[in-house]
Each structure stands twice: as structure tokens, then as C-alpha cells.
Design a protein around this ligand. Structure first.
Ligand code: ATP
Ligand code: MG
Length: 316
């Protein structure tokens, strides 16, 4: 629809002058989106204009705000570009629809020694392989918040794949983060590195540990969730923009409210459950065995498989 004048702020709406705009802002209606979502009767009262004028202003705001949409077909086209990184175990790959996918966030949660970090190391090696071998010919940005990055372990896994350990390590860009600002800024400022170094996998190990230790007590919970949410949002944006995979790890906390079954829930609660595309629960079984449970995925059914953590890495 052709418009006489682009509507960019409240004052550009029909019937809304400076004074009225000031009243609206004072009442918290400070953007076109908020006008567009207003109810005429309420709006007319706040703005001090009649209901008809309010309807016109709201309609103009609705027409001015654009919704960015893609058609189903465009999304389907886009999804054809999605890449997958093999976990190193056939059953595991099948469980998650062919491997850890790009364009999304994959989260594992589980108790200590359940294999979250080991899976990260394996993916950091595997992503460097060519596509026909389960990789993406890409490199890695590794945010290490727990000082558990072990080059010697990665070298061991690389050797088991007949890859040059030094070369593999030189393609992993590690950021040590000891505070949540370190962690979030590393991601916010990563665009250049991602482009220049062909990053195809971002690992945040652990996503939640620093947040948990910095934001303590009930009062801090809201702020923690909000910051975590923004961090995840940025990760998802990068995943989409550069068609890369994001792998994050999360601890569990004991949940005394659950009397039967496994009384553990991932840290971060709802925010994480909604932000992660694929959620995996890892738990220790006998010896080197681990049980992987697919808890949530948009396209594949829930299920379980068993993997092993061996000196050579993850295997079936
Ligand atoms: P946390 O919550 O403490 O970070 P995690 O889930 O990240 O725990 P990992 O560090 O991934 O746990 O797993 C550690 C386990 O991996 C060890 O207990 C061991 O069983 C196994 N592991 C580590 N290195 C090797 C190796 N070189 N050979 C065989 N198994 C190994
Ligand atoms: Mg770990």
C-alpha cells in the first residue's frame, strides 16, 4: 500500500501531535508496535482523543509495522542447506535425525562425568571432516567457562580418526570465560571470527555454570533468565545467519519435587527448554556406557540410545 509519508514514530500517526505522543509515552506506549497492539477505548482515554481518532491511529500503526515472513516453501528451501555433524556413533546420529544440525542449538544436560564435554570434543574434531565423512569442512569456536578444555584429549580423539592432531587443534578457537560478561561478549563479538575462520560449530561449555554462580538467590533469578535468554537469542541468530551448529552443555540440579523417576532437571528452566532446538539428556550407565535420551526435537520422535566413551572418543 502506498503511503504519503513513512510512519516511523508516534508523531507520524494521524491525529497524534507532540502533546498526545508525550501522554502515550508516559503511559508506556512508546513504540508503533505498542500502538498497534492497543485497544481503541483504552488508547483514546490515555491519549485524550475520541475513540474514532484512536481507531485511525491504531490502524495506521498496524499498517506501518511490517511482519517479516517466509513462505513454507522458502523455509523448505532453506532447510535443504542444513548441515549435520556426526557424533561418531551411528545410533546417536539416527536418534537425532542424522547428526547435530546447523541452524539450531543442541543442548545436552546431565550430571558430572555424563559425557557432555566429551561430546563437545568429539564434535569439535568431527566438524572438521569433509561432508561425506560426517563433517562440515569447518572450524570451531569453543567458549570454555569451566577450564575443562583439554587439547591432549582432543589430539587423542583426532589421532583415532587418522587426522593430524596439530592441524585439528589449530582450527579450534578457544575463549576462556571466567565471568558471564566474558561469555556473552565472546559471542556478541564473534561475527568477524566466524566469517574469517569459517566457523561451523560454536560450543559453549558450560552455558549455565557462570550464570548459576553469579546470579544467586530468588531476587536474581529474573535477571539471570533474561541475560541467559539474550545470550541464547544471539547464538540462535548466529546459527541462522551463518548456517552453523551450536552445541551447549548444561548441568542438572536435584529436584526434590520429583518423587519418582530421575529427580533431576536442567538449570535454566523454561528459557532453555524453549531456546534449544534439540535437547539431550545424558546419563551414566555401566562402565564406559552412557544413555542418551532425546527429550525434545521439532522433527524427530523422542527416544534413547546407548553410546560409549572410549579412549578413541564417542562410539557405539
Ligand atoms: P561435568 O558436568 O563435570 O562437566 P561432563 O558431563 O562434561 O561432566 P565429561 O567430562 O564429558 O563429563 O566426561 C568425563 C568422563 O569421560 C570420564 O569420567 C571418563 O569416563 C570419560 N573419559 C574422559 N577422557 C577419557 C579417555 N581419554 N578415555 C576414556 N574415557 C574418557
Ligand atoms: Mg564438562
Amino acid at each position: 500500500m502506498a503511503k504519503d509519508k513513512a510512519i516511523r514514530e508516534l508523531e507520524d500517526l494521524p491525529g497524534i501531535g507532540e502533546t498526545t505522543a508525550a501522554k502515550l509515552r508516559a503511559a508506556g506506549i512508546d513504540s508503533l508496535d505498542k500502538v498497534a497492539a492497543s485497544i481503541p477505548a483504552e488508547f483514546s482515554e490515555i491519549a485524550g482523543i475520541n475513540v474514532e481518532a484512536a481507531k485511525k491511529a491504531i490502524q495506521a500503526a498496524q499498517e506501518s509495522t511490517t511482519v517479516n515472513f517466509l513462505t513454507g516453501e522458502e523455509i523448505s528451501e532453506k532447510r535443504k542447506d542444513i548441515g549435520r555433524i556426526s557424533t561418531g556413533a551411528k545410533d546417536f546420529d539416527e536418534l537425532i535425525g542424522g547428526g547435530v544440525e546447523t541452524n539450531g542449538i543442541t543442548e545436552t544436560y546431565g550430571r558430572f562425568a555424563s559425557g557432555k564435554t566429551q561430546l563437545g570434543f568429539q564434535l569439535a574434531v568431527n566438524v572438521q571432516k569433509p561432508k561425506e565423512k560426517g563433517g562440515l569442512d569447518g572450524n570451531v569456536l569453543f567458549i570454555d567457562t569451566e577450564s575443562t578444555f583439554r587439547p591432549e584429549r582432543i589430539a587423542e580423539i583426532a589421532r583415532a580418526q587418522n587426522m593430524d592432531p596439530e592441524k585439528v587443534l589449530s582450527n579450534i578457537y578457544v575463549v576462556k570465560a571466567s565471568t558471564t560478561p566474558d561469555q556473552t561478549l565472546a559471542i556478541e563479538r564473534s561475527d568477524k571470527l566466524i566469517q574469517e575462520k569459517n566457523i561451523k560449530l560454536i560450543i559453549v561449555d558450560s552455558l549455565t555454570a557462570l550464570f548459576r554462580s553469579e546470579f544467586v538467590g530468588r531476587g536474581a533469578l529474573g535477571e539471570r533468565q533474561q541475560k541467559l535468554n539474550m545470550h541464547l537469542h544471539k547464538l540462535q541468530t548466529l546459527a541462522d545467519k551463518y548456517n552453523l551448529a551450536v552445541y551447549v552443555t548444561n548441568q542438572v540440579m536435584d529436584n526434590p519435587a520429583i518423587m519418582f523417576g530421575d529427580p533431576t532437571t536442567p538449570i535454566g528452566g523454561n528459557v532453555l527448554a524453549h531456546a534449544a532446538t534439540t535437547m539431550l539428556y545424558l546419563r551414566k550407565s555401566k562402565e564406559d556406557k552412557r544413555i542418551v535420551r532425546l527429550v525434545d526435537s521439532p522433527s524427530v520422535p523422542e527416544g534413547e540410545c546407548v553410546i560409549k566413551i572410549t579412549p578413541k572418543g564417542i562410539s557405539e
